[in-house]
Design a protein around this ligand. Structure first.
Ligand SMILES: [Fe+2]
Ligand SMILES: [Fe+2]
Length: 146
């Protein structure tokens, strides 16, 4: 079981909530390990992962677009690069589903978990620390929770 820890917090509720959902998805993939999975189940999970990643990255892009100092900034450019790389990698996994074997789900889970930890503790934290020093009040999407 992969658990959320406050070390992953970037200090913005909306983003933390999305990261928690990402962890939930990783755990759901982990739950498929060692089971006799039908290809359709794996297809659905990989698609869900891909859609969620795209949606989450769009949210982060929104923050970057609203930030005045972000255009051409190295922190931002590297960040977007990491997002694009993971989307390509997930797309590769999706293309490989046709020849999936017993290790497919394990490989996917290990890969995505490693990436999540690396990216959230690295690029995400760096980005939000940077944003907090910019026009943050205009950037922040206010938490919709009451
Ligand atoms: Fe990110
Ligand atoms: Fe993120």
């Amino acid at each position: 079981m992969f658990n959320w820890s406050k070390d992953y917090s970037v200090g913005i509720d909306e983003i933390d909530r999305q990261h928690k959902n990402f962890i939930k998805l990783i755990n759901e993939i982990a739950d498929l390990i060692g089971k006799e999975n039908r290809i359709q189940i794996i297809e659905i999970k990989v698609k869900e992962l891909e859609d969620y990643a795209k949606w989450h990255f769009q949210t982060e892009m929104l923050y970057m677009k609203k930030c005045k100092q972000c255009s051409g900034n190295q922190i931002v450019e590297n960040h977007v690069k990491e997002h694009n790389e993971i989307l390509e990698k997930i797309a590769d996994f999706r293309k490989d589903i046709g020849n999936f074997d017993a290790d497919f789900v394990t490989e996917l889970m290990v890969f995505i978990k490693k990436w999540f930890i690396h990216h959230t503790l690295g690029a995400d934290k760096k980005l939000y620390d940077f944003l907090k020093k910019q026009n943050f009040e205009e950037i922040i999407i206010k938490d919709k929770k009451p």
